[in-house]
Design a protein around this ligand. Structure first.
Ligand SMILES: Cc1cc2nc3c(=O)[nH]c(=O)nc-3n(C[C@H](O)[C@H](O)[C@H](O)COP(=O)(O)OP(=O)(O)OC[C@H]3O[C@@H](n4cnc5c(N)ncnc54)[C@H](O)[C@@H]3O)c2cc1C
Length: 462
């Protein structure tokens, strides 16, 4: 894996205080970047996280998606290395699994199983709490960074007239308390509070125009559980992914994790009841999983209870379109753009945005930081937003354009199943190693045109 490190000494810290709200993946990566440009950075988190080495496989209350599959894809791993040199080796030394996903995973989209061939996509496979604990440990070692945990952010402190005010800090309260609040002054406040990010509401409260909020209905429910199995439970394969089809709107991922554990994340579209006990979980898995996976699952020891998470819709907030935006406020990660988790894009986007923020802070430019950052972040996030949207269209065909785009996605997967080169191109785009525009090639388009329109083969992976 290529490692690019930043030379810290070259970037002077010229600004005084930045506050990052939320210590999830986006908050941690952003805070690390800001320590290179601000004399002081404060990370505010409502959960108690100080001194927590790891949170078990279930994670903490503020990150309810923790028990579900979270894979770090190639580019995200390279960019995390850029922010935290040595982090990936640290994860591997701590027991995380590394796999080349083209050759060491079995991937089935729309009933088409892709050929297993090297595609140059390295996944770092570990539970979300494992990864977050290591990122957090590295972030908290940064000298100019301090953590305020167990504290809830309730609003912004602003200065200036309505409609033209600048942000001067945040209002904090000890979690669950209505007394003991304080204002933490800052030159820059970054909303990294996840899908429930508040910057949009805060902007409106300050008299700024409402930012367009785009939503795409998904209604996917996850049910996940960890099992004790050795890394070679499936020979050299480290993951099996079976995507949903229009006629069977259910899918699953079975993936090796740290220290002799594997996660099974089942998902279903629509308003289905999630499996809640051993029997239901295995019965659900048996409708999708290949026989060798079921054999392993039936004899494996479960390490935790079944965790359920409902994801109603993708959301992106178009701050890039606003003509006016206050000085001193940004939003990153899921607070800016959150796509269907089935495509495993969230961490890649969060880390990419941190790197883009670094570039924006390092350049000398007349345009305000928010304008530059939101415009770059939009360019970085829209391929994932559209890929996920088109992928979802291929399952729920609502309207003419959705039907057309959805059918193209299915034809693309059929083409990938019959040609290793196309399979590699598809995997590299879905993993953000290459731009999705690389899929718009005469060879691939010809292959897509030659796929039968309604072809929807077998529902289980081989
Ligand atoms: C089921 C599921 C599976 C996923 N799988 C993958 C995957 O395989 N690969 C991938 O790349 N991505 C995956 N994702 C997406 C990924 O979880 C996120 O996109 C990514 O972690 C970025 O999240 P974030 O840091 O922006 O927000 P979060 O991780 O949600 O963190 C937000 C933080 O803000 C804190 N907070 C919230 N409100 C306040 C407040 N008022 N005051 C103080 N603190 C506050 C929370 O406690 C939390 O710590 C998955 C998501 C889901 C739901």
């Amino acid at each position: 894996m290529e490692v690019v490190s930043m030379r810290r000494a070259e970037v002077p810290a010229v600004r005084d205080h930045a506050v990052v709200l939320g210590a999830g993946i986006a908050g941690l990566c952003t805070a690390a970047v800001l320590t290179r440009h601000f004399a002081r950075v404060t990370l505010v988190e409502r959960d108690q996280i100080k001194g927590k080495a790891a949170d078990g496989s279930r994670g903490r209350r503020g990150v309810p998606q923790s028990p579900h599959i979270h894979t770090v894809l190639t580019r995200a791993a390279q960019e995390m290395e850029q922010l935290f040199p040595g982090l990936i080796d640290q994860c591997l030394a701590g027991g995380a699994v590394s796999a080349e996903l083209g050759s060491q995973s079995r991937i089935t989209y729309h009933g088409h199983t892709l050929p297993q061939r090297f595609a140059g996509i390295d996944g770092i496979m570990a539970s979300r709490p494992f990864l977050e604990a290591r990122l957090r440990e590295r972030t908290l070692q940064l000298r100019s960074l301090s953590l305020r945990d167990g504290v809830e952010v309730t609003g912004l402190a602003t200065e200036g007239t309505r409609g033209g005010a600048a942000v001067r800090g945040v209002a904090l309260y000890p979690r669950g308390m209505e007394a003991g609040g304080e204002v933490l002054e800052a030159d820059l406040v970054v909303d990294a509070m996840g899908r429930g990010g508040r910057s949009g509401a805060w902007l409106e409260g300050m008299g700024y125009p409402r930012a367009r909020e785009e939503r795409t209905r998904i209604d996917v429910t996850y049910a996940s559980r960890h099992f004790a199995l050795p890394p070679d439970a499936l020979g050299a394969d480290r993951a099996v992914m079976v995507g949903a089809t229009a006629s069977r709107p259910r899918g699953m991922v079975f993936a090796a994790q740290e220290n002799g554990s594997w996660v099974v994340s089942l998902h279903s579209y629509g308003h289905h009841r999630a499996p809640v006990d051993d029997e239901e979980f295995l019965a659900f898995a048996a409708t999708i999983a290949p026989p060798d996976v079921m054999n392993e699952l039936r004899r494996a020891e479960p390490l935790d209870q079944i965790a359920v998470y409902r994801f109603p819709c993708g959301v992106r907030r178009r701050y890039d379109l606003l003509k006016r935006f206050p000085d001193g406020l940004l939003a990153v990660g899921d607070a800016l753009c959150s796509v269907n988790p089935v495509y495993g894009a969230g961490i890649s986007l969060a880390v990419r945005e941190a790197v883009l923020l670094e570039e924006c802070l390092a350049e000398e430019a007349a345009r305000p930081l928010a304008r530059r950052f939101f415009s770059s972040a939009h360019d970085a996030t829209y391929p994932a937003w559209w890929l996920s949207k088109i992928g979802d269209y291929s399952l729920v065909q609502d309207g003419v354009s959705a039907r057309l785009l959805g059918s193209s996605f299915r034809r693309l997967m059929a083409a990938a199943a019959s040609d290793p080169k196309t399979a590699s191109a598809v995997l590299r785009s879905l993993s953000f190693v290459d731009s999705p525009l690389k899929l718009v090639r005469p060879r691939i388009l010809r292959q897509m045109l030659h796929q039968p329109t309604s072809r929807q083969p077998g529902t289980t992976a081989k």
